[in-house]
Design a protein. Structure first.
Length: 447
């Protein structure tokens, strides 16, 4: 076993945030984006059969006409049914309106199969044909849709302008009488994101949206609408659920999201782009990020959850894509993307319970990833070969104590909260390669 020597501060300082990101297993995969698509990818969806779908402003993938919705098949992007003509598509769900589960999409300029143009806000896939819902929706476009059970019946909630007052964005819901305003009155808070989750008080429909001083985050339990955490300054437009040992919590992100109240009138909490609602208060997640957030995703790993946030930041009056990962109380910038903006993030595991690692899918207006040309989407493989250099898990790294604790465990000693001695996670331990890889990562390298 090599003799342990003092580690200089100069060597420790050589570990950059990017090197740390590489060390924890974030490797670029550009295969999904070659050829990719001819316009931005706005969202992803995985079917119950684990089939990957993409949607957005695009019409083609390489030489294949896909329309605005595509499905991944045989390592290529293919049209889903007859190519759907649309200005954009940004939401997809399975919903049973009484005829069995059907795939529904939301967006703008959606056109019925066989017609030349359309202004439908919703479409459903029947066989291989795209058709409007049985009861046409009165909006001219819609942004996000979500099924939610109300009094035992699954209803479809839709964010989009209703015909009566199109200057406002409302949340409408399907009903036996057609489409009605959800909750019985208009939502002038412009919902931009919805999801169904159980945060410990039963399954509810959560929403976020609005602008400026009237922005808010709220929930619906089938009878009552409630605001969460008071008013939020800015433009919240992304939601995600963070599992914790004490239960699920709600992540909220958006544009210029800067402050929030704690449960109504009370002290203001400074927020930068993203925050976590714990159920009683806002957690600022170590100060947040310095860019506008369009998407949030959470990946579960054996080391705990990883939070990813994507969006844009204007530099010299031009938008640039931004992506960061939050783990162990630290935001790690992930560089390598070029283009204008990250619109969507989606965690996908191609082989389900198989040995292949999860991937973070990244869509938007993107031109290159890690120097490789892409067509508006890429992926980060989330497999972690080596452990974090924060061996003792005290959130202080790099430090001499990590080296001391590593060799203590290597020699058979104990260290509460420390990682195991199989540092490179190859299931062979103890071995010299664990020591070699530990020092390689400590010096700023990857393994």
């Amino acid at each position: 076993m090599p003799r342990m020597t003092a580690i200089s501060l100069v060597a420790l300082a050589a570990i950059s945030p990017l090197a740390f990101a590489q060390q924890v297993g974030l490797t670029w995969d550009t295969s999904l984006g070659q050829p990719g698509f001819d316009a931005p990818v706005l969202n992803f969806w995985t079917s119950p059969q684990n089939t990957l779908h993409a949607m957005g402003e695009f019409t083609r993938s390489g030489g294949v006409t896909t329309g605005a919705v595509a499905v991944r098949s045989n390592n290529a992007w293919q049209p889903l049914g007859t190519p759907l003509q649309a200005t954009w598509v940004e939401s997809m769900v399975l919903w049973d309106s009484g005829q069995g589960p059907q795939l529904h999409v939301a967006g703008g300029g959606l056109t019925r199969t066989g017609e030349q143009w359309g202004i439908e806000p919703l479409m459903r896939l029947v066989g291989n044909q795209w058709l409007p819902p049985q009861t046409a929706h009165p909006a001219s476009w819609s942004s996000v849709i979500a099924p939610y059970r109300v009094q035992g019946v699954e209803r479809l909630f839709v964010c989009g302008p209703m015909e009566a007052q199109p200057e406002f964005l409302y949340m409408s819901v399907s009903s036996p009488a057609g489409w009605t305003i959800a909750g019985g009155e208009p939502f002038s808070t412009a919902p931009q994101a919805m999801l169904v989750a159980n945060l410990g008080d039963g399954e509810r429909l959560y929403f976020a949206g609005g602008a400026g001083e009237v922005a808010s985050v709220g929930s619906f339990d089938g009878q009552t609408w409630r605001r969460i955490g008071g008013d939020v300054d800015g433009f919240p437009r992304a939601l995600a659920v963070l599992p914790t040992p004490t239960g699920n919590q709600l992540l909220v992100g958006g544009w210029d999201v800067s402050q929030a109240n704690i449960a109504g009138p009370g002290p203001r909490v400074p927020i930068n782009g993203i925050a976590l609602w714990t159920g009683t208060q806002w957690d600022t997640l170590s100060g947040g990020v310095d860019f506008d957030i369009y998407a949030i995703a959470v990946a579960q790993t054996i080391y705990g959850p990883r939070i990813f946030a994507g969006g844009e930041k204007f530099l010299l009056s031009r938008p640039r894509p931004r992506l960061s990962m939050y783990e162990n109380g630290v935001w790690i910038p992930i560089t390598g993307l070029e283009g204008e903006r990250v619109d969507s993030l989606h965690v996908y595991d191609a082989d389900g319970p198989g040995p292949a690692p999860q991937q973070l899918l990244i869509g938007g207006s993107l031109t290159t990833a890690n120097g490789t040309p892409i067509g508006n989407l890429a992926a980060l493989t989330l497999g972690r070969r080596c452990d974090t250099i924060d061996f003792n898990r005290n959130s202080v790294f790099p430090e001499d104590q990590d080296v001391v604790d590593f060799f203590t465990v290597l020699a058979g000693g104990s260290c509460q909260g420390c990682g195991d001695i199989d540092f490179n996670n190859n299931s062979v331990f103890p071995e010299d390669q664990d020591v070699i890889d530990f020092f390689a990562v400590l010096a700023g390298g990857s393994c």
